[in-house]
Design a protein around this ligand. Structure first.
Ligand code: GRF
Length: 207
C-alpha cells in the first residue's frame, strides 16, 4: 500500500479528486497518510478533515529562517513514513534537500502542457493568462516527477484541453481542472501505486 502525503496551499480540488478516486477504486493500492498545507486558511485542510484524514499546517511564517521551515517539512514527511509526496496545488517551492530525500517520489500537477507556459513565472492564473495572451488553441495539464528545477522533471501524463475564443483566465482554469487535472492526477498516482511506470534515462516509461 503506497502511503501518500498530499501537499496543498488552497482550495484543494485536486486533493478532493484523489480522495474520490481512492474511494471509488480508480486509485488502488494507495492511501493518503497525511495532508500538509503551508497556508492555515486553505480549504483543502477542511476537505481532509471531512474525509477523516490527518491534516496539519506547516507555515513558513512560523519560522525565523526559510531553512528551518524546510527542515520542519522534511521531518514531517519522514515522520509520516510516506512513499510518495503529491504536490496538489502546492505553492511552496520544494527545496533541494527534500527533492534529494524523495528522488522520483514527488509528483506535481501543472496546469499547462509542459514545456509551454511553465517555469518560475507561471503559477496559478498566470499560466492561463499566458495561454490567452499567446493565443494558443490547445492547452492542458501535466503531471510530472519533481527534480531540482521548476517544472523540469520527467513527465508522467499530459491531457489536452481546448481553448475557447470567449475564455477568461478563470473559465480556462476551471476547464483545465475539470477536464485534465482531476483526471490525470489520480491516474498518475494509480500508475505509481501499481508499479506500472519507472524513470529511465530521464523519461517515464511503462513497465
Ligand atoms: C491547480 O490549477 C493546480 O494545477 C495549480 O493550482 C491549482 C490548485 O487547485 N498548481 P486546487 O487547490 O487543487 O483546487
Amino acid at each position: 500500500m503506497l502511503k501518500l502525503a498530499v501537499l496543498v496551499s488552497g482550495g484543494g480540488t485536486n486533493l478532493q479528486a484523489i480522495i474520490d478516486a481512492i474511494a471509488d477504486g480508480r486509485i488502488t493500492n494507495a492511501r493518503i497518510e497525511t495532508v500538509i498545507s503551508n497556508n492555515p486558511g486553505a480549504y483543502a485542510l477542511k476537505r481532509a478533515e471531512k474525509a477523516g484524514i490527518t491534516a496539519s499546517c506547516i507555515s513558513p511564517k512560523e519560522y525565523a529562517k526559510r531553512e528551518d521551515f524546510h527542515q520542519a517539512l522534511l521531518q514531517a514527511l519522514l515522520l509520516a513514513k510516506v512513499d510518495l509526496v503529491v504536490l496538489a496545488g502546492c505553492l511552496v517551492v520544494i527545496p533541494e534537500q527534500i527533492v534529494q530525500a524523495f528522488e522520483h517520489r514527488i509528483i506535481n500537477i501543472h496546469p499547462s502542457l509542459i514545456p509551454s507556459f511553465c517555469g518560475k513565472d507561471y503559477y496559478g492564473l498566470k499560466v492561463h493568462e499566458g495561454v490567452l495572451d499567446r493565443g494558443v488553441k490547445v492547452t492542458g495539464a501535466t503531471v510530472h516527477f519533481v527534480d531540482a528545477g521548476t517544472d523540469t522533471g520527467p513527465i508522467i501524463l499530459q491531457k489536452a484541453v481546448r481553448v475557447e475564443a470567449s475564455d477568461t483566465p478563470e473559465t480556462l482554469q476551471r476547464r483545465v481542472m475539470e477536464e485534465a487535472e482531476w483526471v490525470i492526477m489520480p491516474k498518475a498516482i494509480d500508475l505509481i501505486a501499481n508499479n506500472k511506470i519507472q524513470v529511465t534515462g530521464g523519461k517515464v516509461v511503462e513497465i
